[in-house]
Design a protein around this ligand. Structure first.
Ligand SMILES: Cc1ncc(COP(=O)(O)O)c(C=O)c1O
Length: 489
């Protein structure tokens, strides 16, 4: 399709992107920009002197000022769309971007982004030449990759007409307890010295990643502290060899909220930037000891100290068909479900290829967590098949957390197996749901297929769209006053 065709075929429609299909994802760019401002303010409020004190206690060079903020845009910016999100972050003042892979970095460079980009996966020697040409800062965890980088640097053309940088910056990842990637603390100093000795390379960064995810219990906080201490030991061993590494970084979103001493020279934020995990209940248990407590200047919990974050991501779809089925009718593949009572069913045009129902539950070795997952799964399976009896039959599968599908604030139960691109939900108690009704879809953002169109809003107006088949397209001609609301269905 030629550029501009989208706008010319969609004139007059309230939501012109619907000419491309009944499922889409809305991204509020103002929310992303606002989140970055909030995070930066929070990090400054949360007393960077904690990080200075920490550095002094561990014999490290003190950080020179408030930490820089790197926005992590890996995995298609956690499903928000890498290029538009990265542009929004850069515009809102991000100091750097973090990606996982070299291709993710290339995508951003090709879109014209000039801000520093750190590739968080360790570089393979084969990628060295591309990383140097694209000016994507690599993470290095062995000498082989460093040698390949140095070779690629020396192969760059020299002369007045070329822009050969004075050196290629690299960051060394240190494994302080996650056992994922990185050099063991006791090996870092040797590696850093040998990398620094490679012609054309400079060690710009040393970093580690915390294993703490959504779980923000006091035990997790203790684990983070342990990792941070190991990191400090590793950094001190490098500094004792006379190397000055300007960017020492450890803090991800959880650490920004909980561990101000981990801020050092830079913080790397993903979840907080996208609007998750910045407030509320889970934090309350530990916040008094963490950054929120520090920001509030108290040892207790003070919700006012939390950054005010907004989720930027909303996925919507429209009902394709609605039907009544009699007792005995099979539903979906298998059929896994044979209905017992007359039912009203709605078919939605999204399935596991779009990321619905594709969440993989992590296996866990903790017996209590395993038992919980098993009981929850059993409950949901019995509920879906109508096999719960007595008072249990009245229970809703709250165990599933938030429902995936919602209409006008009411959760809708999935019936049968989720298909590749369709899902059936029960709407017996919701006669107002008809073909075309607007349904809110809640899935893990990062699992939402990149094939789904993203529509970007700024100042309440749709300003751009991204579809994999058509690419990005300016939507300045779209007559959209504000993002559609759930009630619009
Ligand atoms: C190395 C690294 N740093 C930072 C982040 C950002 O983490 P978060 O989204 O929790 O802020 C990630 C994401 O997993 C990561 O892998």
């Amino acid at each position: 399709m030629r550029p501009g065709a989208l706008t010319s075929t969609s004139g007059g429609l309230e939501r012109p992107w619907e000419t491309l299909g009944p499922t889409w994802i809305e991204i509020d760019l103002d929310a992303l920009a606002g989140n970055l401002t909030e995070i930066r303010a929070f990090v400054c409020r949360s007393r960077p002197e904690h990080a200075r004190g920490f550095a002094e206690r561990h014999g490290l060079r003190p950080p020179s000022g408030p930490p820089k903020v790197m926005v992590v845009v890996k995995a298609d910016a956690y499903g928000h769309g890498a290029v538009e999100t990265a542009r929004a972050a850069a515009l809102a003042g991000a100091d750097a971007l973090g990606v996982s892979t070299l291709l993710e970095g290339l995508e951003l460079r090709q879109a014209g982004l000039t801000i520093p980009i750190l590739m968080l996966n360790p570089l393979t020697p084969a990628e060295a030449g591309t990383a140097v040409l694209a000016e994507v800062t690599p993470t290095v965890t062995d000498l082989g990759a460093a040698e390949a980088l140095s070779q690629a640097y020396r192969a760059l053309p020299t002369g007045p007409a070329t822009r050969r940088p004075s050196a290629i910056p690299v960051h060394i990842a240190i494994d302080t307890g996650m056992s994922r990637t990185g050099v063991k603390p006791e090996r870092v100093a040797d590696l850093a010295v040998r990398i620094a000795a490679q012609p054309g390379l400079t060690v710009e960064g040393l970093y580690t990643h915390f294993s703490t995810g959504a779980d923000r219990s006091p035990a997790s906080l203790a684990l983070m502290r342990q990792q941070l201490t190991r990191f400090a030991w590793a950094v001190a061993s490098v500094e004792s060899r006379g190397l000055v590494v300007p960017l020492r970084h450890a803090a991800c979103s959880a650490a920004v909220m909980l561990l101000p001493e981990s801020y050092l020279d830079l913080v790397r934020v993903g979840n907080l930037f996208y609007g998750y995990g910045g407030s509320g209940d889970a934090m309350a248990q530990v916040a008094g000891k963490g950054a929120a407590g520090a920001a509030a200047g108290t040892t207790g919990t003070d919700a006012a100290a939390f950054p005010k974050l907004r989720e930027a991501w909303t996925m919507r779809t429209r009902v394709l068909e609605v039907r009544e089925v009699p007792p005995g009718a099979g539903v979906g593949y298998g059929p896994d479900v044979v209905v017992k009572h007359r039912m009203r069913l709605a078919t939605l045009p999204v399935g596991y290829a779009d990321g619905v129902g594709a969440e993989i539950r992590p296996t866990t070795f903790r017996p209590r967590a395993r038992l919980r997952v098993f009981v929850r799964g059993l409950f949901i399976a019995l509920h879906r098949r109508g096999l719960l009896v007595g008072p249990l039959a009245r229970l809703r599968p709250r165990a599933e957390g938030r429902s995936i599908f919602e209409h006008d604030g009411h959760p809708l139960d999935i019936v049968g197996r989720v298909s590749m691109q369709q899902t059936i939900v029960e709407v017996t108690a919701r006669p107002e749901i008809t073909p075309g009704s607007l349904i809110l879809v809640r899935i893990r953002r990062v699992l939402a297929s990149p094939r789904l169109g993203r529509v970007y809003f700024r100042g309440g107006r749709a300003v751009a769209a991204r579809t994999v088949s058509l690419g990005s397209e300016a939507a300045a001609g779209w007559e959209v006053a504000s993002p559609p609301t759930q009630a619009a269905g």
